[in-house]
Write a protein that binds this ligand. Structure first.
Ligand code: AMP
Ligand code: MG
Length: 401
C-alpha cells in the first residue's frame, strides 16, 4: 500500500499542461490564465477628481484669500479645455479630469457659492481628493499572473486594463467510464439486481468544479471485449478515469483488460480509507486514473487525486486540497495504516469556532451521509486516539465536491 501523498505526487508528475486557447472576457469566469497579463493602459489616464466640487490651486484656499472666480466646468468624459489662472476655479464632478493649473478639489460642502464667486471655507493641501494618473495601475504593469483562476474581481481588473481577450488553459477533457453489469443510468428501466449508476455524474461535478470538461463515455459491462471497446471512446481526452472494477476480484477487469491493450500500471493500491483500490498508470499516451466503485470512495478519491490532477493541467499553483484546522467534537480511536477521510459535519458556534462532528456511520456506499457531510476529517496512518476538544485537520467540501 502506498501513502496518499506519494500517490498524489506520482499522479501529478505524470500530468502535462493543457493547451492554450484565447477567449473573450465575457466567457472567462472560472478559467485559468495561461500567461501573465499586462495592463494595456494607465488608470486613471490623467489626474481625476474623486468628488463633486471645485478644482482649485491649493494655495488659493489659504485663510484670508479672496473668493475664487468660476470660469467653467469639467465633467467625466468632458474635461475643461483651458488653463486655470491663480484666483480662478472650475466646477468639477467625480471622475472628471483636473483642469491644467489646478492641484486640489474643494468639495462642495466646503464652498460658499454666490453667483460666479466661490469662497473656500477650508484650507487644502495639494492633491486633496485627486486620483493621480496611474494610481490604480500603469501601462505595462503585470496585473495578473499565469495560473490565476479568474474571479469576478479579476475580470473587472482585466476589463479596466483594456484587455478584451485572454490566453487561458483549455479545459482538461476527462473521459469517465463506468464499469459494472449491475449499473443503469438514472431514469432508465431498472432490473431486479441492478442499481443506479451515480459515480459518472458525481465525479463529473468534481471535474467541472475543478475547471475540467467531463465526457461520459458510457457504462461498460463486466466483459473483456466490452470494456476495451468502451475505453477506445476516450480517444482525444486528456485523461481516462475508470469508475469501479479496479480491484482484482473475478469481475474487476480494468487491470487485466486494459493491461493487454497497453496499460502501463504505476500503482493500484493505496493506504487510504475510503478507496484502497485506486489505480494509476498510462493507457497508451493517456494518463489513466482508476477510481474505486463505491460511490463515497469515488467522490473522495475524485477530490483527493483527480481534482489536483486537473488543477495541475491548468497550471494552478495550489493543487493539493486545502487543509484546515478545527476542534474535534467527539473522541476518535487510534488509526491503522490507512489514512482515513472521515465524513463529518461542521458545527459553528456564535464566536465562529468550528467543531468537527464525524458521522457514526462511515460505510463507503452511503451517499446519504456523504451528501450531508461538510468536511472530511483527516486521520493520518497510525494516528493515536484523540479526545473531544483536541485540534484536528480537515478538508472542507463546500465548493469542491
Ligand atoms: P467495484 O469497484 O466495481 O467492485 O464496485 C464497488 C461497489 O461500487 C459495488 O457495490 C458497485 O455496485 C458499486 N458501484 C460501482 N460503480 C458504480 C457507479 N457508477 N455508481 C454507483 N455504484 C457503483
Ligand atoms: Mg464492478
Amino acid at each position: 500500500l502506498i501513502p496518499v501523498a506519494e500517490a498524489r505526487e506520482r499522479i501529478l508528475s505524470a500530468q502535462s499542461l493543457a493547451p492554450v486557447e484565447h477567449i473573450s472576457l465575457e466567457t472567462a469566469l472560472g478559467r485559468v490564465l495561461a500567461e501573465d497579463v499586462e495592463a494595456a493602459r494607465t488608470q486613471p489616464p490623467s489626474d481625476l477628481s474623486a468628488m463633486d466640487g471645485y478644482a482649485v490651486r491649493a494655495a488659493d484656499t489659504d485663510a484670508g484669500k479672496p473668493p475664487l472666480r468660476l470660469i467653467g466646468e469639467s465633467a467625466a468624459g468632458h474635461g475643461f479645455a483651458g488653463e486655470m489662472q491663480p484666483g480662478e476655479t472650475v466646477r468639477i464632478f467625480t471622475g472628471a479630469p483636473l483642469p491644467a493649473g489646478s492641484d486640489a478639489i474643494l468639495i462642495q460642502e466646503d464652498a460658499e457659492a454666490e453667483d460666479d464667486l466661490i469662497q473656500p471655507t477650508e484650507a487644502l493641501k495639494p492633491g486633496t481628493y485627486v486620483r493621480a494618473a496611474g494610481l490604480d495601475f500603469r501601462a505595462g504593469d503585470i496585473g495578473l499572473s499565469a495560473g490565476t483562476r479568474l474571479s469576478p474581481r479579476h475580470i473587472g481588473l482585466l476589463a479596466a486594463m483594456n484587455v478584451p481577450w485572454v490566453a487561458v488553459r483549455r479545459r482538461p477533457r476527462i473521459a469517465l467510464l463506468s464499469t459494472g453489469d449491475e449499473l443503469v443510468r438514472p431514469g432508465q428501466l431498472v432490473g431486479k439486481d441492478q442499481i443506479i449508476s451515480s459515480n459518472a455524474l458525481s465525479v463529473a461535478g468534481i471535474v467541472r468544479l475543478a475547471g475540467g470538461e467531463p465526457l461520459d463515455i458510457g457504462i461498460a459491462p463486466d466483459r473483456a471485449d466490452a470494456l476495451a471497446d468502451c475505453a477506445a471512446n476516450a480517444a482525444g481526452a486528456d485523461m481516462l478515469v475508470t469508475l469501479g472494477g479496479a480491484s482484482v476480484g473475478d469481475h474487476d477487469l480494468v487491470q487485466d483488460v486494459l493491461g493487454n491493450k497497453g496499460l502501463a500500471l504505476d500503482f493500484w493500491r493505496i493506504a487510504m480509507r475510503p478507496g484502497k483500490p485506486l489505480m494509476f498508470g498510462k493507457y497508451g499516451d493517456m494518463p489513466l486514473l482508476g477510481l474505486p466503485g463505491n460511490p463515497v470512495s469515488s467522490l473522495v478519491c475524485g477530490l483527493i487525486f483527480l481534482r489536483p490532477a486537473i488543477l495541475s493541467m491548468l497550471g494552478v499553483e495550489q493543487t493539493d486540497p486545502v487543509i484546515r484546522r478545527g476542534v474535534l467534537g467527539t473522541d476518535m480511536s487510534g488509526n491503522d495504516q490507512r489514512e482515513d477521510y472521515v465524513r463529518s459535519r461542521i458545527h459553528e458556534d456564535e464566536s465562529g469556532q468550528q467543531t468537527l462532528l464525524p458521522f457514526p456511520r462511515q460505510d463507503s456506499s452511503m451517499l446519504s451521509v456523504m451528501s450531508e457531510a461538510q468536511a472530511l476529517v483527516i486521520r493520518p496512518p497510525h494516528a493515536p486516539k484523540v479526545t473531544a476538544g483536541e485540534q484536528i485537520e480537515y478538508i472542507a467540501l463546500d465548493g469542491v465536491a
